[in-house]
Design a protein around this ligand. Structure first.
Ligand code: PLP
Length: 448
């Protein structure tokens, strides 16, 4: 047998102090999210909310929502989170849902529910298809891939919204579900949900709205009198909506909500096994054991902030978004793509290379997401950005002339992108990405 000596298991337990010091040391390499240096990944509402998250998460860190009889506390929190979210999104009296581990699980459940509903109601469909605009989140392709459903991607119009003609043209006898985003991650643009609802009703198919990003922002923007396009259950035809608690819900990681307009659709999400020796088994979503921490923390944060708290945070974030967008446009070299409605937007340029700009900004500690088709930088604005927005804009102004000086200014990095640019063959890119994952998660040798 080949010997594996890459990992090592500690012979004796390690002292508490050492554990903490090693973990804190490791943390130092992480992106400075507490100082607004990352534009995405972390959504933080401030010290008080942080404290509440830490305490409530810890209080329920052993809780397991798999068994509602053993943990009526978590069942109470979950059903109350779902009820509050449903009322925020103007659900009907019978609207139901589940708390999941995140947006991806919520989308997986939405696709599964629609697939299994179609299996029982439209058994003639043997090769189900879902239609997703180009800007919709990849978790939908992943869901389709896991569930044996075909995902059909459709193009966007010139405003980065789902093109209605393309959607209509893609519907065929196998179509079970349309998906729209409110907003879509890449450009922060909301799809024409009202028109999509009409199309879904006409074609008798389901419509899922992915509000993972916007579900806890758009309702408060509306209350703050911003122009918000229709996106929630008030739009006829919408059958399900996903909303992430761990994004603009400002809760701890590992929490999202999937809502269904009516209970029959949610039943198709559930899984039961009746003849297992371990007993009658029923599970609502993907995970078996369901961590109590994220559910407890989400319940606490929703109640702690309330409508007033979310409106205050939304107002602050929108003000910072306005300052940033204005500063970015004032450079005269960069432009905001499409018409983003909230605090998520993309910045492109037809005058300079935005990837080189991202490299220079990274040297100054700012981590910006890089997008393609077209090349753009990605911004998700959150409360920690309020304090650093002026610094960010100053660094941006300083970096732009350096990008214009040409690739010499930033040697190696630009060359790397040039190399990647030559790999336009999809299969090569796929191999490249798989190698990257393999390499990133390789196991280090035993440090002696
Ligand atoms: C983040 C996001 C998702 C995926 O959510 P995870 O919590 O990362 O799994 C899906 N859709 C949209 C629009 C998102 O922004």
């Amino acid at each position: 047998m080949k010997k594996n000596n890459r990992g090592y298991f500690p012979k004796k337990g390690i002292a508490r102090d050492k554990i903490f010091s090693e973990m804190n040391h490791a943390r130092r390499a992480d992106v400075g999210w507490e100082n607004g240096q990352s534009w995405g990944l972390v959504y933080q509402a401030g010290k008080e909310v942080d404290q509440i998250i830490r305490e409530t998460y810890t209080l329920f860190s052993h809780g397991n929502a798999l068994d509602p009889k053993a943990f009526p506390s978590l069942k109470k929190f979950e059903t109350e989170i779902v009820a509050k979210t449903a009322s925020l999104l103007n659900g009907e009296d019978e609207t139901v849902g589940t708390v999941t581990s995140g947006g991806s699980e919520s989308l997986l459940m939405a696709v599964k529910a629609s697939r299994d509903q179609a299996r029982s109601k439209r058994p003639e469909i043997t090769e189900p298809e879902i239609i997703i605009p180009a800007s919709a989140h990849p978790a939908l392709d992943k869901a389709a891939h896991y569930l044996g459903v075909k995902a059909v991607r459709t193009p966007l119009d010139e405003n980065f919204q789902a093109d209605m003609d393309a959607l209509r043209g893609s519907i065929n006898k196998n179509t079970i579900l349309l998906v729209g985003s409110a907003p879509a991650y890449p450009h922060g643009v909301v799809d024409p949900i009202k028109e999509m609802g009409e199309l879904a009703l006409e074609k008798k198919i389901n419509l899922h709205v992915d509000a993972c990003l916007g579900g806890f922002v758009l309702p408060f923007l509306e209350r703050l009198n911003y122009q918000v396009p229709p996106f929630d259950f008030r739009v006829p035809g919408i059958t399900s909506i996903s909303v992430d608690l761990h994004k603009y819900g400002y809760s701890a990681k590992g929490a999202s909500v999937i809502l269904y307009r009516y209970p029959e659709l949610r039943r198709h999400q559930f899984f039961v096994l009746t003849d297992w020796p371990g007993g009658l088994f029923g599970s609502t979503s993907v995970t078996g054991t369901r961590p109590g921490g994220p559910i407890a923390a989400a319940w606490a944060v929703l109640n702690y902030l309330g409508e007033e708290g979310y409106m205050r945070l939304t107002k602050e974030v929108m003000e910072t978004t306005r300052v940033l967008k204005e500063g970015i446009e004032k450079t005269g070299k960069l432009e905001i793509l499409g018409s983003p409605v909230m605090s998520v937007f993309a910045v492109g340029s037809n005058q300079l290379d935005v990837y080189t700009l991202a490299d220079l900004m990274a040297e100054k500690g700012w981590q910006l997401g890089r997008q393609q088709l077209p090349a753009a930088l990605h911004f998700i604005v959150t409360p920690p950005h309020t304090k650093v927005r002026e610094n960010f804009l100053a660094d941006l102004e300083e970096s732009i002339p350096r990008v214009e000086e040409g690739p010499e200014a930033c040697e190696g990095i630009a060359a790397m992108y040039a190399m990647m640019g030559t790999m336009c063959d999809q299969t090569d890119l796929k191999t490249f990405a798989l190698n990257y994952l393999d390499q990133t998660y390789r196991l280090e040798s035993k440090p002696d």
